[in-house]
Design a protein around this ligand. Structure first.
Ligand code: UFG
Length: 342
């Protein structure tokens, strides 16, 4: 039977794809989003959009008034590793306080199922080939646990969830995404950040000639080709993981690392972009970006075994192709899509 789900950040990149999956599965969706980073056009018409900020308790109260939610999916938040190294308190403050405000409302309204968008950035430099859920968040000699204030903010919320369960009986699932990428195969949903900082959309802009050169942040890492390794997981596969975890929530709280298990270097991703687009573009090597870790690759054994989840988009070329389709159709992103729709 369809449930009613409150989706914070549902106008954002991962959130909007998850809303699509929830609707497709027959659930009712209320999106709560301040539209600072999200886009009105990314909210499918079958979902209800409540524009509001999680920093504003009255706005949250309005989103709960007269509605009964079976579960909350919390995507909203500041998401840039690099920015968090420059503005740590934005992350350690806002990301944490907004989650607390939401949990307070959940407890007050008796909503006892909560799915949280976390990140593999909670793990510090583990030095491991792949990261399972038991990997240390804090390497033994690290004074601060995760590699960035962004990762720390997500980790703090993970800890707070344990208290939400203990005190208020809220069952939660934590999904620690590795690198979300790609776009919906047929609905007009895609990645559109302002400013864009992510590797694949920036490389696609280079292929489109919208940027003069691709800047690569560091080629002196201890990795096979010197550039960082990441685990690129298609955004629709992430959405599918949310659906699976929703059905399992009543069995108990749990954390899952969500990635493909395959690592791709920055150079390999740029090669994939060249193959898919058929366009070559200049690349410039720059120093390392603060906060970047050399290697973040998932060991997805737990989510595979317990939820039967495996990524449908297995190859990096296939992932890049889905992103390319929308980037090429709408280089100006959702703003352009809105103008085209009149
Ligand atoms: N990179 C470049 N040039 C660019 C952009 C990125 O070289 O112009 C490099 C980065 O240095 C990094 C890799 O490409 O080595 C991936 O960078 P992204 O910015 O695309 O992604 P991140 O790995 O930094 O972070 C992303 C999300 C986070 C999430 C994290 C988990 O932004 O929310 O993945 O790894 F937590």
């Amino acid at each position: 039977m369809g449930r009613t789900i409150l989706v914070t950040g549902g106008a954002g990149y991962v959130g909007s794809h998850c809303v699509a999956a929830l609707l497709e599965a027959g659930h009712r969706v209320v999106v709560f989003d301040n539209l600072h980073q999200g886009h009105r056009e990314a909210v499918l018409p079958q979902a209800e959009l409540v524009v509001g900020d999680l920093a504003d308790r009255d706005a949250i109260a309005a989103a709960f008034a007269g509605r009964r939610y079976d579960a909350i999916m919390h995507f909203a938040g500041n998401i840039q590793v690099g920015e968090s190294m420059r503005r740590p308190f934005l992350y350690l403050g806002d990301n944490v306080q907004c989650a607390v405000n939401l949990l307070e409302a959940a407890a007050a309204h008796g909503v006892s199922r909560f799915v949280f968008s976390s990140t593999c950035a909670i793990f510090g430099a583990t030095g491991r080939a792949s990261i399972d859920e038991d990997a240390p968040v804090a390497p033994e000699d690290a004074p601060v646990a995760p590699g960035s204030p962004y990762g720390e903010s997500k980790y703090l919320v993970e800890r707070i969830l344990a208290w939400a369960e203990r005190v208020h009986g809220i069952r939660y699932a934590i999904l620690r995404y590795f690198n979300a990428c790609g776009a919906h195969p047929h609905l007009p949903l895609f990645e559109d950040h302002d400013p864009e900082t992510h590797l694949i959309p920036i490389a696609l802009d280079c292929a489109l000639g919208r940027r003069e050169e691709m800047q690569v942040f560091g080629n002196d890492y201890d990795t096979p080709d010197g550039t960082c390794l990441r685990d690129y997981v298609h955004v629709c596969d992430l959405a599918a993981a949310h659906l699976r975890v929703l059905d399992r929530l009543d069995a108990g709280s749990r954390a899952y690392n969500v990635g493909s298990g395959n690592g791709h270097s920055v150079r390999e991703v740029l090669d994939a972009v060249r193959r898919v687009t058929g366009v070559d573009f200049p690349v410039r090597m720059l120093p390392r970006r603060p906060g970047d870790l050399p290697r973040l690759v998932a060991d997805p054994s737990r989510i595979r075994a317990e939820l039967g989840w495996t990524p449908r988009y297995a190859s990096i070329d296939e992932i890049v192709s889905t992103a390319w389709r929308w980037r090429r159709a709408h280089p100006g992103g959702y703003a352009e899509l809105a103008r085209a729709r009149g």
